[in-house]
Ligand binder design. Sequence first.
Ligand SMILES: Cc1ncc(COP(=O)(O)O)c(C=O)c1O
Length: 382
Amino acid sequence: MKDKLFLMIPGPTPVPETVLLAMAKHPIGHRSGEFEAILKYCYDGLKEVFQTKNDVFIYAASGTGAMEAALSNLINEGDKVLSLVIGNFGNRWAKIAKSLGADVQTIDKAYGETVSVEELKAVLDADVNKEIKIVTMTHSETSTGAKNDIQALCKLVQEHGALSVVDGVTSVSAMEVKMDEWGIDVLVSGSQKGFMIPPGLSFLAASDKAYAVYEQCKHPSFYFDWAAHRKAVRNNTTPYTAAVNLIFALQAALEMLKEEGMEKIYARHKKHALAIRSAIRAMGLKLFVEDDNKASYSITSILPPEGISVPDIRSGLKKGYDIIVANGQNDLKDKIFRMGTLGFVSERDVLTAIASLEAVLYKLGYKFELGIGVKAAIESMK
Ligand SMILES: Cc1ncc(COP(=O)(O)O)c(C=O)c1O
């Protein structure tokens, strides 16, 4: 039905009407006093969302832009980088580091798994000459639905002395991430996820320790340069033309996030993901990440039942119920489907999605007790 589309992919995510209306204005001058006041609100608000005292830079770029902004301001040719790879996005860090001439070592895990403290400790302990300069990792690995314990992993990196560089694209503003308390050196995120804004902005915060390493970077990025962005943040401006209307959206979204409160937002995402997980189990389907403690609260990856294909489930949800869920990526294409519960998602949306999934599976001939998933979700969210 026209205008009924409900995005349950892990980004872009649904955008609240308040945010859409905030964008639907004539742009204003990006050097005007009026815009400076809006930017000040956004820079302050982002610190609260990132749970940091560090400046948070805003880039007119997607999340990958902020990932490049992290490494291109830190790496000199030949630097040793350790990348923890639990999926496509963990691998993206390794690819970016290689493109900058780094000597990249990886800890590779089977997709669906996470990196344990013991595994990272063994590699860092073996680095007796402290050659590893940067450790990259993904918090919520969107390609699989797994969640690294970045609090524990970053602590180890801190003890070793290297910098932790964390992808929080599908976790910051949705799942608990405490940049300063957890000792994260560089944290990045993107607008089209928990922030409830359309794609086009990304964010980066760097610790003082990371900034000192940046100061030794011989050829930092020009567009993403940290010094230019730090100076701009401190003057409530941007180095280049800002994505003005997306900043209007960011302001409106930050107001909504502030009103709900970060702890409640984390709890909401956890509640929804756990409800989906219990519904899936009740329906007799398998979760790609079986252990709830290792699962993201932003995205849930589900295996189709025997004899029913992922494309049929996805097209059934789209055609019958206007719900879009994501396919698996690369090797996981058509092997799993992924339901995002990131950002502007309510309990009603979760129940609708589970009921619709039940209806689709029923029509596709899957044998199960109708209503059992909805019942499990309701019970889980009580
Ligand atoms: C965990 C994670 N990291 C990085 C990215 C890349 O972000 P973008 O597609 O906005 O460049 C994504 C996008 O889905 C993501 O989910």
